[in-house]
Design a protein around this ligand. Structure first.
Ligand code: PLP
Length: 394
């Protein structure tokens, strides 16, 4: 006799309780429509520069089709160590303190699974990147949100961090510059936060994937601050800085104890990141600086256009200082963030992400990516302007 199961009941309850990403849900809808101007997805509108693609083609010609070491190509790790040292004056031993991963996504998952036990608490500035809470929950740990506000530029404050600490707090998660708000944490504030992390013996997981996309002031890499290198797991990658989202290359840098534990999980689950993509990442680091700077200049130009557009439309928006997102408030329209995004899509064919996709702290806001051409941005804001005017002047 065959036993017939209810398969849903057989799924791990933690996995069952996790919602699909609000961004993906929305973009499945967009994919079915024609004529949509999208300020939705968080990925560069540039194709990876040719010299990087060419390095990959060349590696295939040479027959690079094998596994690499679990840690990743040593040459790439050496180049990353050189880059971190020359850019931020923080030094890592490429042999035991750097691990190449399948995007920052894998590095983040490994970092969290490596340090967290069920019941541990993780401090997460919110609104926050969509993966942070689900990945935390899957380890059995508990996300504790540090609610930031538009009035304070979506800045996480040292007081907020200190107040949220309990005996269970193990990790402080930072995303600098931030997705979805575009806020950055300046050196002075980061020094104050670092002092608290040291005083309470916290591990800092620092997602700096947008570090190169900093438009106001300079990016401070938290492990470069005194006493922070060994307690920080630094996460970075190539997706945003070098327009390489599809290549799936990221890395983690940190104390050898963290990196070797992360490598154990990586070894059994992923084995290694794809070799051809690692070769491409190596080329990006070696010869990709000027291409990267050009892309950043474009984003900065668009950032100014976006701020001007929101002033004209009349939606309050704190100045985004990094990444390529603006996070304006839409409360004056009387709509929830979900209704705003859906009605804007239906009536004007403009795609944005509702703020609540980034947690309840994002309600009342929408996220607009300015990794889109100037023409698309101009058209999107023309349409958004009439949409908002219809709501506000009703
Ligand atoms: N971290 C943040 C803050 C992101 O915004 C993203 C992608 O949008 C990622 C990590 C994922 O990066 P990767 O493509 O390297 O996996």
């Amino acid at each position: 006799m065959t036993k017939q199961s209810n398969w849903l009941d057989r799924i791990n309850p933690t996995v069952r309780s996790i919602q699909p990403s609000g961004i993906r849900r929305f973009f499945d809808l967009v994919a079915e429509m024609k004529g949509v101007v999208s300020l939705g997805v968080g990925e560069p509108d540039f194709v990876t520069p040719w010299h990087i693609r060419e390095a990959c083609v060349y590696s295939l010609e040479k027959g690079y089709t094998m596994y690499t070491s679990n840690h990743g190509l040593l040459e790439l790790r050496e180049e990353i160590a050189r880059d971190l040292s020359s850019s931020y004056r923080v030094s890592y031993n490429p042999r035991e303190e750097i691990l190449i991963t399948v995007g920052v996504s894998e590095a983040f998952d490994l970092a969290m699974r490596t340090v967290l036990c069920p019941g541990d608490e993780v401090l997460i500035p919110a609104p926050s990147y969509v993966s942070y809470a689900p990945v935390t929950l899957m380890t059995g740990a508990v996300p504790v949100y540090l609610s930031t506000s538009m009035e304070s530029g979506f800045q996480v404050s040292p007081e907020m961090v200190e107040k949220a600490i309990t005996p269970q707090t193990k990790v402080l998660l930072l995303c600098n510059p931030n997705n979805p708000t575009g806020s950055t944490i300046d050196r002075k504030r980061l020094l104050e936060i670092a002092e608290i992390a040291r005083a309470h013996d916290l591990i800092v997981v620092s997602d700096e994937i947008y570090g190169r996309l900093t438009y106001v002031g300079e990016h401070t890499c938290i492990p470069s601050l005194p006493g922070m290198r060994d307690r920080t797991i630094l996460l970075n990658g190539f997706s945003k800085s070098h327009a390489m989202t599809g290549w799936r290359i990221g890395y983690a840098a940190g104390h050898p104890d963290f990196i070797s534990a992360m490598t154990k999980i990586h070894q059994y689950t992923m084995l290694c990141a794809p070799i051809t993509a690692q070769v491409a990442a190596l080329e990006a680091l070696k010869n990709g600086k000027s291409g990267m700077h050009k892309m950043v200049e474009h984003y900065n130009h668009r950032r100014r256009l976006v701020m001007q557009a929101f002033r004209e439309i009349g939606l309050p928006c704190s100045e985004p200082r990094g990444a390529f997102y603006a996070f304006p408030e839409i409360r004056s329209t009387g709509l929830s963030s979900e209704d705003f995004a859906q009605q804007l899509l239906k009536e004007e064919k403009v795609a944005v992400v509702p703020g609540n996709a980034f947690g309840e702290q994002g309600e009342g806001f929408i996220r607009c990516s300015y990794a889109a051409s100037v023409d698309d941005l101009t058209e999107a804001f023309r349409r958004m302007n009439s949409f908002v005017k219809r709501r506000v002047n009703k």
